[in-house]
Design a protein around this ligand. Structure first.
Ligand SMILES: C[S@@+](CC[C@H](N)C(=O)[O-])C[C@H]1O[C@@H](n2cnc3c(N)ncnc32)[C@H](O)[C@@H]1O
Ligand code: SF4
Length: 342
Protein backbone atom coordinates (compact mmCIF):
# COMPACT_ATOMS: atom_id res chain seq x y z
CA UNK A 1 0.00 0.00 0.00
CA UNK A 2 2.81 2.41 0.92
CA UNK A 3 4.53 1.90 -2.47
CA UNK A 4 1.29 2.69 -4.32
CA UNK A 5 0.85 5.82 -2.20
CA UNK A 6 4.47 6.88 -2.77
CA UNK A 7 3.95 6.62 -6.54
CA UNK A 8 0.70 8.58 -6.27
CA UNK A 9 2.43 11.33 -4.26
CA UNK A 10 4.56 12.44 -7.20
CA UNK A 11 1.62 12.50 -9.60
CA UNK A 12 -1.21 14.38 -7.86
CA UNK A 13 -1.56 17.60 -5.80
CA UNK A 14 -0.26 17.12 -2.26
CA UNK A 15 -3.63 17.99 -0.70
CA UNK A 16 -5.39 15.27 -2.67
CA UNK A 17 -2.60 12.85 -1.74
CA UNK A 18 -3.10 13.59 1.98
CA UNK A 19 -6.86 13.11 1.55
CA UNK A 20 -6.55 9.74 -0.19
CA UNK A 21 -4.01 8.59 2.40
CA UNK A 22 -6.30 9.66 5.24
CA UNK A 23 -9.19 7.72 3.68
CA UNK A 24 -7.13 4.55 3.27
CA UNK A 25 -5.70 4.62 6.78
CA UNK A 26 -8.86 6.05 8.36
CA UNK A 27 -6.92 8.98 9.81
CA UNK A 28 -8.46 12.23 10.95
CA UNK A 29 -7.03 15.49 9.56
CA UNK A 30 -8.54 18.90 8.66
CA UNK A 31 -8.24 18.82 4.86
CA UNK A 32 -10.65 21.78 4.58
CA UNK A 33 -11.40 24.44 7.17
CA UNK A 34 -14.32 26.81 6.97
CA UNK A 35 -13.53 29.91 8.95
CA UNK A 36 -16.26 32.28 10.14
CA UNK A 37 -14.01 35.30 10.51
CA UNK A 38 -16.86 37.36 11.99
CA UNK A 39 -20.53 36.87 12.87
CA UNK A 40 -21.20 40.60 12.34
CA UNK A 41 -23.17 41.55 9.27
CA UNK A 42 -24.33 44.66 7.44
CA UNK A 43 -27.40 42.90 5.99
CA UNK A 44 -30.47 41.42 7.64
CA UNK A 45 -31.47 38.59 5.33
CA UNK A 46 -34.82 37.13 6.26
CA UNK A 47 -33.65 33.54 6.84
CA UNK A 48 -30.38 34.29 8.67
CA UNK A 49 -29.77 35.22 12.30
CA UNK A 50 -25.99 35.03 12.62
CA UNK A 51 -25.52 38.73 13.42
CA UNK A 52 -27.34 38.22 16.75
CA UNK A 53 -24.34 36.23 18.03
CA UNK A 54 -21.95 38.89 19.28
CA UNK A 55 -19.15 36.72 20.64
CA UNK A 56 -15.57 38.00 20.64
CA UNK A 57 -13.31 37.69 17.61
CA UNK A 58 -9.71 36.55 17.29
CA UNK A 59 -7.11 39.20 16.46
CA UNK A 60 -5.18 39.14 13.19
CA UNK A 61 -2.16 37.63 14.98
CA UNK A 62 -4.27 34.92 16.59
CA UNK A 63 -5.84 34.06 13.23
CA UNK A 64 -2.43 33.84 11.56
CA UNK A 65 -1.17 31.59 14.37
CA UNK A 66 -4.15 29.33 13.82
CA UNK A 67 -3.49 29.30 10.07
CA UNK A 68 0.02 28.05 10.88
CA UNK A 69 -1.58 25.22 12.83
CA UNK A 70 -3.93 24.34 9.92
CA UNK A 71 -0.94 24.12 7.61
CA UNK A 72 1.04 22.05 10.11
CA UNK A 73 -1.80 19.52 10.17
CA UNK A 74 -2.00 19.27 6.36
CA UNK A 75 -4.94 21.58 5.57
CA UNK A 76 -5.23 22.50 1.87
CA UNK A 77 -8.38 24.58 1.69
CA UNK A 78 -9.57 27.55 3.69
CA UNK A 79 -13.08 28.93 3.09
CA UNK A 80 -13.59 32.30 4.70
CA UNK A 81 -17.20 33.14 5.53
CA UNK A 82 -19.29 34.89 8.17
CA UNK A 83 -21.34 36.95 8.92
CA UNK A 84 -20.01 39.31 6.33
CA UNK A 85 -16.22 38.74 6.09
CA UNK A 86 -15.57 42.07 4.35
CA UNK A 87 -16.47 43.85 7.59
CA UNK A 88 -13.10 42.69 8.98
CA UNK A 89 -10.55 45.34 8.03
CA UNK A 90 -7.75 42.78 8.22
CA UNK A 91 -9.39 40.46 5.67
CA UNK A 92 -6.84 41.21 2.89
CA UNK A 93 -3.98 40.56 5.34
CA UNK A 94 -5.53 37.25 6.44
CA UNK A 95 -6.11 36.16 2.84
CA UNK A 96 -2.58 37.15 1.91
CA UNK A 97 -1.10 35.27 4.85
CA UNK A 98 -3.12 32.11 4.16
CA UNK A 99 -2.10 32.13 0.49
CA UNK A 100 1.55 32.63 1.46
CA UNK A 101 1.30 29.50 3.62
CA UNK A 102 0.11 27.59 0.54
CA UNK A 103 -3.62 27.37 1.26
CA UNK A 104 -6.31 27.52 -1.41
CA UNK A 105 -8.52 30.36 -0.18
CA UNK A 106 -12.16 30.88 -1.09
CA UNK A 107 -14.36 33.69 0.15
CA UNK A 108 -18.14 33.85 0.69
CA UNK A 109 -19.67 37.33 0.68
CA UNK A 110 -22.96 39.12 0.21
CA UNK A 111 -21.16 41.37 -2.28
CA UNK A 112 -22.25 44.69 -0.78
CA UNK A 113 -18.71 45.85 0.11
CA UNK A 114 -16.87 44.33 -2.82
CA UNK A 115 -16.81 47.51 -4.94
CA UNK A 116 -14.91 49.47 -2.27
CA UNK A 117 -12.59 46.61 -1.32
CA UNK A 118 -11.90 44.82 -4.60
CA UNK A 119 -8.15 45.62 -4.57
CA UNK A 120 -7.74 43.81 -1.24
CA UNK A 121 -9.34 40.66 -2.64
CA UNK A 122 -6.91 40.05 -5.47
CA UNK A 123 -5.24 37.10 -3.70
CA UNK A 124 -8.34 34.92 -3.24
CA UNK A 125 -8.60 31.78 -5.36
CA UNK A 126 -12.37 31.86 -5.72
CA UNK A 127 -15.42 33.73 -4.49
CA UNK A 128 -19.07 32.90 -4.01
CA UNK A 129 -21.77 35.53 -3.71
CA UNK A 130 -25.37 35.01 -2.73
CA UNK A 131 -27.94 35.74 -5.42
CA UNK A 132 -31.47 34.68 -4.56
CA UNK A 133 -33.23 35.59 -7.78
CA UNK A 134 -34.47 38.50 -9.84
CA UNK A 135 -34.31 41.95 -8.20
CA UNK A 136 -37.69 41.85 -6.46
CA UNK A 137 -37.08 38.46 -4.85
CA UNK A 138 -33.42 39.05 -3.99
CA UNK A 139 -34.24 42.36 -2.30
CA UNK A 140 -37.28 40.88 -0.56
CA UNK A 141 -35.09 38.17 1.01
CA UNK A 142 -31.85 40.14 1.41
CA UNK A 143 -32.78 43.82 1.72
CA UNK A 144 -33.66 46.63 -0.66
CA UNK A 145 -30.89 47.77 -3.02
CA UNK A 146 -28.79 44.64 -2.54
CA UNK A 147 -29.57 43.04 -5.90
CA UNK A 148 -27.88 45.88 -7.81
CA UNK A 149 -24.88 45.71 -5.46
CA UNK A 150 -24.38 41.97 -5.87
CA UNK A 151 -24.66 42.11 -9.66
CA UNK A 152 -22.13 44.96 -9.76
CA UNK A 153 -19.83 43.00 -7.43
CA UNK A 154 -20.00 39.90 -9.64
CA UNK A 155 -19.11 41.97 -12.69
CA UNK A 156 -16.13 43.55 -10.89
CA UNK A 157 -14.87 40.18 -9.66
CA UNK A 158 -15.12 38.77 -13.17
CA UNK A 159 -13.20 41.75 -14.55
CA UNK A 160 -10.42 41.00 -12.06
CA UNK A 161 -10.29 37.43 -13.35
CA UNK A 162 -11.23 35.86 -10.00
CA UNK A 163 -13.32 32.68 -10.42
CA UNK A 164 -16.81 33.33 -9.04
CA UNK A 165 -20.11 31.50 -8.63
CA UNK A 166 -23.43 32.28 -6.96
CA UNK A 167 -25.21 30.61 -4.06
CA UNK A 168 -29.02 30.77 -4.10
CA UNK A 169 -31.30 29.93 -1.23
CA UNK A 170 -34.55 28.37 -2.45
CA UNK A 171 -37.54 29.46 -0.37
CA UNK A 172 -41.29 29.68 -0.79
CA UNK A 173 -40.72 33.01 -2.59
CA UNK A 174 -38.40 31.76 -5.29
CA UNK A 175 -38.56 27.96 -5.50
CA UNK A 176 -40.94 28.11 -8.47
CA UNK A 177 -38.64 30.71 -10.02
CA UNK A 178 -35.39 28.74 -9.97
CA UNK A 179 -35.38 28.73 -13.81
CA UNK A 180 -35.06 32.54 -13.60
CA UNK A 181 -32.21 32.26 -11.08
CA UNK A 182 -30.44 29.94 -13.50
CA UNK A 183 -31.15 32.25 -16.44
CA UNK A 184 -29.59 35.08 -14.46
CA UNK A 185 -26.52 32.99 -13.68
CA UNK A 186 -26.19 31.96 -17.32
CA UNK A 187 -26.48 35.60 -18.44
CA UNK A 188 -23.63 36.41 -16.04
CA UNK A 189 -21.75 33.39 -17.43
CA UNK A 190 -21.36 31.81 -14.02
CA UNK A 191 -22.57 28.71 -12.21
CA UNK A 192 -25.11 28.47 -9.39
CA UNK A 193 -25.18 26.48 -6.18
CA UNK A 194 -28.82 26.14 -5.19
CA UNK A 195 -29.90 24.80 -1.80
CA UNK A 196 -33.23 24.97 0.07
CA UNK A 197 -33.61 27.21 3.08
CA UNK A 198 -33.14 25.34 6.36
CA UNK A 199 -33.28 25.95 10.09
CA UNK A 200 -30.45 25.06 12.45
CA UNK A 201 -30.37 26.47 15.95
CA UNK A 202 -26.56 26.24 16.16
CA UNK A 203 -25.71 28.05 12.92
CA UNK A 204 -26.38 31.14 10.84
CA UNK A 205 -29.76 29.57 9.96
CA UNK A 206 -31.16 30.24 13.43
CA UNK A 207 -33.79 32.83 12.59
CA UNK A 208 -36.95 30.94 13.51
CA UNK A 209 -39.41 33.68 12.44
CA UNK A 210 -37.55 34.27 9.17
CA UNK A 211 -37.48 30.55 8.54
CA UNK A 212 -41.23 30.31 9.16
CA UNK A 213 -41.75 33.17 6.68
CA UNK A 214 -39.65 31.56 3.96
CA UNK A 215 -40.26 27.82 4.52
CA UNK A 216 -41.44 26.30 1.27
CA UNK A 217 -44.41 24.11 0.60
CA UNK A 218 -42.96 20.57 0.38
CA UNK A 219 -44.75 19.73 -2.85
CA UNK A 220 -43.48 22.89 -4.57
CA UNK A 221 -39.91 22.25 -3.39
CA UNK A 222 -40.06 18.63 -4.54
CA UNK A 223 -41.11 19.87 -8.00
CA UNK A 224 -38.14 22.24 -8.01
CA UNK A 225 -35.81 19.42 -6.96
CA UNK A 226 -37.21 17.20 -9.73
CA UNK A 227 -36.54 20.03 -12.16
CA UNK A 228 -32.93 20.34 -10.96
CA UNK A 229 -32.42 16.56 -11.18
CA UNK A 230 -33.74 16.60 -14.75
CA UNK A 231 -31.35 19.42 -15.72
CA UNK A 232 -28.45 17.52 -14.13
CA UNK A 233 -29.42 14.41 -16.14
CA UNK A 234 -29.41 16.54 -19.28
CA UNK A 235 -25.90 17.73 -18.39
CA UNK A 236 -26.79 21.37 -17.68
CA UNK A 237 -23.41 23.02 -16.97
CA UNK A 238 -24.77 25.83 -14.79
CA UNK A 239 -25.80 23.76 -11.71
CA UNK A 240 -22.93 23.08 -9.34
CA UNK A 241 -24.33 20.60 -6.82
CA UNK A 242 -24.72 16.95 -7.78
CA UNK A 243 -27.78 15.04 -8.91
CA UNK A 244 -27.27 12.78 -5.86
CA UNK A 245 -27.55 15.81 -3.56
CA UNK A 246 -30.87 16.93 -5.04
CA UNK A 247 -32.23 13.38 -4.94
CA UNK A 248 -31.20 13.02 -1.30
CA UNK A 249 -32.79 16.34 -0.37
CA UNK A 250 -35.98 15.31 -2.13
CA UNK A 251 -36.00 12.01 -0.22
CA UNK A 252 -35.38 13.86 3.02
CA UNK A 253 -38.18 16.39 2.45
CA UNK A 254 -40.60 13.70 1.34
CA UNK A 255 -39.87 11.35 4.25
CA UNK A 256 -38.78 13.80 6.97
CA UNK A 257 -35.53 11.88 7.47
CA UNK A 258 -32.48 14.11 7.75
CA UNK A 259 -29.18 12.85 6.37
CA UNK A 260 -25.98 12.90 8.42
CA UNK A 261 -22.44 13.61 7.24
CA UNK A 262 -19.73 11.00 7.69
CA UNK A 263 -16.67 13.24 7.46
CA UNK A 264 -17.58 16.37 9.46
CA UNK A 265 -15.05 16.80 12.25
CA UNK A 266 -12.70 14.25 10.74
CA UNK A 267 -11.82 15.63 7.27
CA UNK A 268 -13.37 19.08 7.47
CA UNK A 269 -14.36 21.45 10.25
CA UNK A 270 -15.53 24.98 10.97
CA UNK A 271 -13.94 27.62 13.18
CA UNK A 272 -16.05 30.32 14.85
CA UNK A 273 -14.85 33.95 15.20
CA UNK A 274 -13.66 33.33 18.78
CA UNK A 275 -11.75 30.19 17.76
CA UNK A 276 -14.09 27.34 18.72
CA UNK A 277 -13.66 24.34 16.43
CA UNK A 278 -16.92 22.70 15.32
CA UNK A 279 -17.37 19.74 12.99
CA UNK A 280 -19.45 21.70 10.48
CA UNK A 281 -20.95 25.09 9.85
CA UNK A 282 -24.41 24.04 10.97
CA UNK A 283 -23.05 23.46 14.48
CA UNK A 284 -20.68 26.41 14.61
CA UNK A 285 -22.50 28.34 17.36
CA UNK A 286 -22.63 25.44 19.79
CA UNK A 287 -20.61 26.29 22.89
CA UNK A 288 -19.70 22.69 23.59
CA UNK A 289 -16.72 22.79 21.16
CA UNK A 290 -13.25 23.50 22.49
CA UNK A 291 -11.73 26.89 21.75
CA UNK A 292 -8.68 26.39 19.50
CA UNK A 293 -7.48 29.89 20.26
CA UNK A 294 -7.14 28.84 23.92
CA UNK A 295 -6.17 25.16 23.82
CA UNK A 296 -4.62 25.10 20.34
CA UNK A 297 -6.36 24.20 17.08
CA UNK A 298 -4.89 20.67 17.03
CA UNK A 299 -6.36 19.73 20.39
CA UNK A 300 -9.72 21.35 19.63
CA UNK A 301 -9.96 19.53 16.28
CA UNK A 302 -8.71 16.17 17.54
CA UNK A 303 -11.13 16.38 20.46
CA UNK A 304 -14.23 16.49 18.24
CA UNK A 305 -15.94 13.22 19.06
CA UNK A 306 -18.45 11.41 16.87
CA UNK A 307 -20.95 13.98 15.65
CA UNK A 308 -24.40 13.26 16.94
CA UNK A 309 -26.43 15.85 15.06
CA UNK A 310 -29.98 15.64 13.76
CA UNK A 311 -28.81 15.64 10.13
CA UNK A 312 -29.48 18.34 7.55
CA UNK A 313 -30.30 19.15 3.94
CA UNK A 314 -27.56 21.71 3.39
CA UNK A 315 -25.05 21.66 0.54
CA UNK A 316 -22.51 20.33 3.06
CA UNK A 317 -23.97 16.92 2.24
CA UNK A 318 -22.42 17.20 -1.22
CA UNK A 319 -19.02 18.12 0.23
CA UNK A 320 -19.36 15.19 2.62
CA UNK A 321 -20.05 12.79 -0.27
CA UNK A 322 -16.99 14.21 -2.01
CA UNK A 323 -14.88 13.35 1.04
CA UNK A 324 -16.37 9.88 0.95
CA UNK A 325 -14.85 9.75 -2.57
CA UNK A 326 -18.14 8.69 -4.20
CA UNK A 327 -17.24 8.49 -7.92
CA UNK A 328 -20.28 10.42 -9.24
CA UNK A 329 -19.61 13.23 -6.75
CA UNK A 330 -15.89 13.35 -7.50
CA UNK A 331 -16.76 13.62 -11.21
CA UNK A 332 -19.37 16.34 -10.57
CA UNK A 333 -16.86 18.23 -8.43
CA UNK A 334 -14.20 17.95 -11.12
CA UNK A 335 -16.61 19.21 -13.82
CA UNK A 336 -18.03 22.11 -11.86
CA UNK A 337 -15.44 23.28 -9.34
CA UNK A 338 -12.09 22.30 -10.79
CA UNK A 339 -13.04 23.58 -14.24
CA UNK A 340 -14.14 26.84 -12.64
CA UNK A 341 -10.56 27.28 -11.51
CA UNK A 342 -8.73 26.24 -14.66
C1 LIG B 1 -24.20 32.90 6.35
S1 LIG B 1 -23.82 33.50 4.75
C2 LIG B 1 -22.20 34.18 4.96
C3 LIG B 1 -21.65 34.83 3.71
C4 LIG B 1 -22.31 36.11 3.27
N1 LIG B 1 -22.70 36.95 4.33
C5 LIG B 1 -23.47 35.82 2.34
O1 LIG B 1 -24.60 36.12 2.67
O2 LIG B 1 -23.21 35.30 1.25
C6 LIG B 1 -23.47 32.02 3.82
C7 LIG B 1 -24.64 31.49 3.01
O3 LIG B 1 -25.61 30.95 3.89
C8 LIG B 1 -26.87 31.22 3.31
N2 LIG B 1 -27.91 31.11 4.35
C9 LIG B 1 -28.14 31.93 5.39
N3 LIG B 1 -29.19 31.49 6.11
C10 LIG B 1 -29.65 30.37 5.51
C11 LIG B 1 -30.72 29.46 5.76
N4 LIG B 1 -31.55 29.63 6.79
N5 LIG B 1 -30.88 28.41 4.92
C12 LIG B 1 -30.05 28.22 3.86
N6 LIG B 1 -29.01 29.05 3.58
C13 LIG B 1 -28.83 30.11 4.37
C14 LIG B 1 -26.71 32.64 2.79
O4 LIG B 1 -27.72 32.99 1.88
C15 LIG B 1 -25.33 32.53 2.16
O5 LIG B 1 -25.45 32.05 0.83
S1 SF4 C 1 -26.99 35.56 4.88
FE1 SF4 C 1 -25.01 36.61 4.85
S2 SF4 C 1 -25.55 38.70 4.32
FE2 SF4 C 1 -27.42 37.76 4.97
S3 SF4 C 1 -27.60 38.28 7.14
FE3 SF4 C 1 -26.62 36.26 6.99
S4 SF4 C 1 -24.45 36.65 7.01
FE4 SF4 C 1 -25.49 38.58 6.54
Amino acid sequence: MNTILDKLKSKIPIGLYHLIKAKFFNVKFPHAVQFNITFKCNQRCVYCGIYKDNRSEMTTEQICRMIDEFVGLGTSRLSITGGEPLLRKDLPAVIHYARKQGLFVSLATNGSLVAEQIDGLKDVNSMNLTLDGPELIHDQQRGKGNFKKVIHAIELIKQKGIPVYVVSVATKNNCARIPEVLELARALEIKALIQPVFFSEQSHANNIEGYADTRYDDKAMIETLDYLVKLKEEGDPSIMLSKRYYMNVKKSIASGVKIRCLNAGSLFCTVSPDGRVAPCNLLVRDLRWLNGNEVGFRKAFMDIAEVNCGGCISSFLDIDDLYSLKPDIVWNYYKHYMKLLT
